[in-house]
Design a protein around this ligand. Sequence first.
Ligand code: ADP
Ligand code: ZN
Length: 645
Amino acid sequence: MANQKNNNNDNNNNDDKGFFNNPILVFVIFSIVSVMVFKTLFPQDDMNANGAAGTFGQQQKIVSYSDLKKLINDGSIEYVGIGATTIKATGKVANGEQVTYKVQRVVPDAALISTLESKGVAYGAFSEENLLGDMLFGWVLPILIFFLIWSFLAKRMAKSMGGGILGMGGSKKMINSEKPNVKFEDMAGNKEAKEEVAEIVDFLKSPDRYVNLGAQIPKGVLLVGPPGTGKTLLAKAVAGEADVEFLSVTGSSFIEMFVGVGASRVRDLFEQAKKVAPAIIFIDEIDAIGKSRASGGIGGNDEREQTLNQLLAEMDGFSSAGAPVIVLAATNRPEILDPALLRPGRFDRQVLVDKPDLEGRVEILNVHIKGVKVGKNVDLREIAVMTAGLAGADLANIINEAALLAGRGNKDEVSPEHFKEAVERQIAGLEKKSRRISPKEREIVAYHESGHAVMAEVTKGAKKVNKVSIVPRGLAALGYTLNTPEENKYLMQKHELIAEVDVLLGGRAAEQVFIGEISTGAGNDLERATEIIKAMASVYGMSEVAGLMVLSRQTNQFLGGGQTSKDYSDKLAQDLDQHIKNTLNERYDHVVKTLSEYRESVELMTKELLKVEVISGERVRELIKQTGKEIYEGGDLHQDGKNNL
Ligand code: ADP
Ligand code: ZN
């Protein structure tokens, strides 16, 4: 959803670029236009008011009084306007031209009227225009009127867009500044995230201690996680715990119609923060401005780029000594951020704020149930079980919805039925946006991940398990097994590559062994396993088919489409394909055999995963040992000897 919003913004910007993006140009042009409009609507000149003039070409000549008299006598004058010190006369139309004559100093002449009468020239008097009046009506008034309309429109737009059109002053209202009364305890679950930001609280409380030690203080922390998981809440809690000012903005509010406004708002934001420091600046949806410059396509987006550059400049510019300002930013798409944002001294720390597991959901429900009258037989754990895959914000909604349902039904407390209905409504609403997994799918995912985890723990050369989860993350990954890589490892030995293949195949093998049917969930695993075996044979010289030969295959763009040229024989290509296929089969057989041996371990782990959704690497090892099996801790456990790659 955030994605869509940003795209809309981009489009707006591109459309409005050029003319409308320069407020000064717009102002000047509008001034001129409105003067012209005003002049036609309220003409000042008697000559025009007379109606004689108007659509013709017009010319004004300054003439002497005697010349004018001559013209009157010649009969070429149609109308004469007499003022106190000047006379204006309109000539008759000739060749589509009408000339007006002006006499600036009038000689008192009593005979004028009778001359006009005798020649049949229309005449009248007009009040003298003076310089001040001229200016007032000609220029000042139209501009004033224009300005009033302009500022009225600007205010209306500012209201609808959450920012001022005139940039500069308008941004003050856009930035929310407060001292939040939120504490860490208000955010349930996410213990690791809280631990990671606790250091910032400590620093904000006593910056001198850190500065005296010469410590480098973080300037920016990126909170990464799906929507509604409490990123804003966590940022507020940091400010609340440290008792500092909290300034919050959303990234998209920087991107406005006019180029340059975003950058000036960033400047304002930091200026304001420095004034109230120590302070936390919180930028929600930072991807709106922080999108990678490379990903912007041809031309990019000037406004966003300028805004981003200003943000980078501000972060590089301020020093945290004295009254510190720390920037927290939130995104659910860290992968699209401009790498410049993630460099040291900027958002060099990332804190994962993930969807809660079962225990986390129970805690969150407990936080939000405070103040709600619930019946005795309401079991929050039961609600937590029903809401796998939902975020904190969804849970808060459910409790509120349940209370509303009870209120509508005129009950004095919220019953389990109300909660059940609220959960169903919430899930039905969410199902349109993101798919929620069914119990059957959950089971498949649990077996699949257990298969990966067991293979990782029992295979020589495999990376140990850090965490196994069946909490869905986004649309793509239904579950994941996180492995801990060994530090400072640049080389991989052959047996380690094979171990990686075994672990990758573990997911699919588990589905086959324990469910008896394969799902589409293993597609990515197989792709990676194939890549590894192919690279071993064709790049690293680890197979007998190609020996030490490096087989390169290039896609030739000039031959069109997916034509590839290879610098090795078709025979070798066939052999290579056969080799990859055989090896995969061989490894797969081995993995199926191993998992069958570890059947109890996989079953136990799956059961526990289905219950608590996330288990640690420690716990994985414990569970395997509980079933009387060994994990790999050196030696030659379960690595079958004939790796004839
Ligand atoms: P995000 O910024 O990640 O989109 P928010 O911080 O705006 O999410 O969360 C919205 C609301 O959801 C919060 O105000 C809070 O009421 C509730 N919420 C989300 N996560 C939690 C949590 N871990 N503990 C308690 N409440 C939560
Ligand atoms: Zn997998």
